[in-house]
Design a protein around this ligand. Sequence first.
Ligand code: MG
Length: 396
Amino acid sequence: MEISASSKRKIPFFVLIAAAGHGSRLGGSTPKQYRKINGKAILRHTLDMFLSCADLQMLCVIIDPQHRSLYDDAVQGLSLAPPIEGSDSRKSSIYNGLKYFSNLDNKDIILTHDAARPFVSQENIIDLVKSAYEHQAATLAIPVTDTQRYKKRDYIDRHDLWSIQTPQAFHYGLLRKAHEQADSKTLYNDDTSLVAAIGHDIEFVPGSRMNIKITTQDDLMLAHKLMPPESETRTGFGYDVHAFEEGDSVKLCGIDIPHHKKLKGHSDADAGLHALTDALLGTIGAGDIGSHFPPTDPRWKNADSTLFLQKALALVKEKGGRLVHLDLTLICEEPKIAPYRDSMQMRVAQICGLTFDRVGLKATTTEKLGFLGRGEGIAAQAVASVCFSSHKDQRC
Ligand code: MG
């Protein structure tokens, strides 16, 4: 694959992910690459990072066929090439992958990476690819900082010691040649060992201590702490209308507003709180206010609508949601909302446990048009924003 002079900063690359191991040092019945963090397999976290790289051309995963159902579950929703069958050693598994990519040119850049390193950063990947493009063979590596010694022998000068990480990157032709010329009796820990064995230098690219390889239970615990919670914000919409009838005050957003009419309804007919309740229910797909508090149920006769809003808040919390913002618009010709706006905003904030600035409260008219314009009732529109975190112990 040719790299044009004008696009020297954009270097296309291919990736092989080694995921055929059994992770016996971690223990447990599920291989470590399929253990879950924040509800996603470790392999999936790794894949998501590579798939977010703009210059990635193709990525293939090498798996043990016995793990096929775990793999299918982990990559659900991704559009990937079929997995490559692994072998009895990392070296032969990677070689199977190299054969799969046999249509590549010798100078194409191919990366090899361990599935159990989900914390590699996009910046490190880009630096590594650039280095491999220039030097033919490169690896992420970090200098050793702990004092090193053999258990029953001398200390080792750590100043020239480096921990080798993955990904590692190579010109395709060089890596394939190294695999094909490797001594079959020698145990090679990684691909840089193979390339070094045929006399080629390896360029070190500074990696990160965050790029841990999950090997032991301690590593897995650390990975749980390092992985940022994934969160999503959902928006729910609510709308309500109540007509006027004879009365002496209107209940809106929990506040009594003196007026020569009241709102007609089975409960206190607080259209503002009803719209907010429906907006909240909308964020968790939990039906509407009528399905939770039917107007035919005598328990809700003249009920304070604060109860409805509190129930919706509890349901959202049960689902792991955190309300972050509400916005409400009241639509009517009368009564005038402005004198009561701050009180209503304060009351909604108080019911929902929000700060004043996380509640929007506005009023408008319909310029005398329609049933609202004729002063026949009040309408309310509401939007609720709720944040959900995938990590049970962490809030979004
Ligand atoms: Mg209503």
